[in-house]
Design a protein around this ligand. Sequence first.
Ligand SMILES: [Zn+2]
Length: 236
Amino acid sequence: MSLQYYTHGRRDQMKVALTFDDGPNPPRTDQVIEILNRRGARGTFFVLGKWAERFPQAFQRIVESGHCVGNHSHLHEAHLGDFDRAEAAIGNLLGRPTRFLRAHYFNFFTCLYSPVAMSRDMKIVDADVNPADYAKSDPQAIIDATLQAPALAGGSIIDLHDGREMDDDARRLASPLPMIEALPAIVEGLQARGFQLVGLDEMELVDPIEWRHDGRGTFATPEAREAIEGLGGNPS
Ligand SMILES: [Zn+2]
């Protein structure tokens, strides 16, 4: 079993895609939207189904502001590829299916048993610039990790976080604050270099990477592996 995923778009165009994972997370998501909108930038929000269900109005504000949305699972639990459940929640609010999907923890194994993830119409999107903003409390460190990333170029996809999967409201609301403080400088720094900040729906994704399930290290337990592999014959 194999799948293809993308880490960037065309390198010969001065387009960069800012992506925000794990929301919607009001009012943090709204703060991100305001920063983007004021600077003529579009973003892509990889939302969780459970948060779209809990915060449908925040989800609609993303869409109404003209930004792109993608599927980032329902519960964001390791080893659980609940993209179909997420798509039911997200697609119902959106009025159409999403076209982009990001595997939580970039664990592509979880995609293999999801018809939504494996659909021809769905593009699985990684990133080539990963500032690990969720692990940084200093906004300047997030700015530096983004603008000085060696991979940053035309076609880059940058992975940031406007939310978190955790149910603790205080922690989830506090987590994106350093990124939000950093975001104006990130947007302006990218624009100063001549990059246009676009949604993934405006970027031609190229050079897909073939990911092949080798049966090692991706299952929660050996018993889970045996049970899952027994469902549909031997993955190859
Ligand atoms: Zn995530």
